[in-house]
Design a binder for this molecule. Structure first.
Ligand SMILES: CC(C)(COP(=O)(O)OP(=O)(O)OC[C@H]1O[C@@H](n2cnc3c(N)ncnc32)[C@H](O)[C@@H]1OP(=O)(O)O)[C@@H](O)C(=O)NCCC(=O)NCCS
Length: 180
């Protein structure tokens, strides 16, 4: 267990403590929060949460189950949890020294309380501690909440994929954060 560092900065803090991910527990006010690696028992909660997050990436049951296959060693899924249960998750995969954030979602009633910021911060911390040199992702252009979250962690726009998303059709904005 360790203490979480302060929060996002415009330039990524260099002295991020290394993290062998087990469980991070912290208390904010009277709320007990923990961030931990997801297990297969979290799948129902993760899928229910994603179902109610229209702008999250939508995966099949098989894709979620595959997260816990031994062949998915390059993938990481973290859960943020309060006493009342799972409040969000983030999924990423390592592609060599580059990590890709594939999905992140916080339960509707728990949004705008800083949980996404903390969860993404832990993921970045973990990526860095495992040797990542950069982290990248794609997001719908209109998803201002997610873009605000990424920019809060100093991600910068690195490109655009025209009409990348369907239903509705929309450009993807690519973001990247380098740890150099
Ligand atoms: C994106 C998401 C994960 C953010 O989680 P969250 O816990 O609400 O985020 P935080 O409270 O930590 O907010 C972090 C920053 O994001 C931005 N943000 C979050 N919600 C926002 C909103 N509704 N409108 C505008 N900006 C918003 C702000 O910049 C905020 O920083 P601030 O509080 O200092 O202003 C959440 O909105 C969500 O689950 N959305 C649906 C799923 C999704 O779109 N995932 C991204 C797929 S690429």
């Amino acid at each position: 267990m360790r203490t979480i560092f302060g929060g996002p900065a415009r330039s990524f803090p260099k002295a991020v403590p290394s993290l062998e991910f087990s469980v991070l527990s912290l208390e904010t006010g009277n709320v007990q929060l923990s961030i931990r690696a997801a297990t297969s028992t979290d799948l129902p909660a993760m899928m229910a949460l994603e179902k109610h997050a229209a702008t999250a990436a939508h995966w099949s049951v098989e894709q979620y189950q595959a997260l816990f296959n031994p062949s998915s060693a390059g993938r990481v899924a973290l859960i943020i949890q309060e006493e009342r249960g799972v409040q969000g998750f983030v999924i990423a995969r390592a592609v060599g020294v580059e990590w890709e954030i594939e999905n992140i979602a916080i339960a509707g009633p728990a949004r705008r309380r800083g949980l996404g910021t903390r969860l993404l911060g832990e993921l970045l911390d973990l990526a860095r501690s495992r040797g990542a040199e950069s982290v990248f992702l794609e997001v719908r252009e209109s998803n201002l909440a997610a873009r605000g979250l990424y920019e809060k962690w100093s991600f910068t726009e690195s490109g655009r994929r025209r009409k990348y998303y369907k239903d509705p059709e929309e450009d993807a904005i690519q973001y990247r954060l380098g740890f150099a």
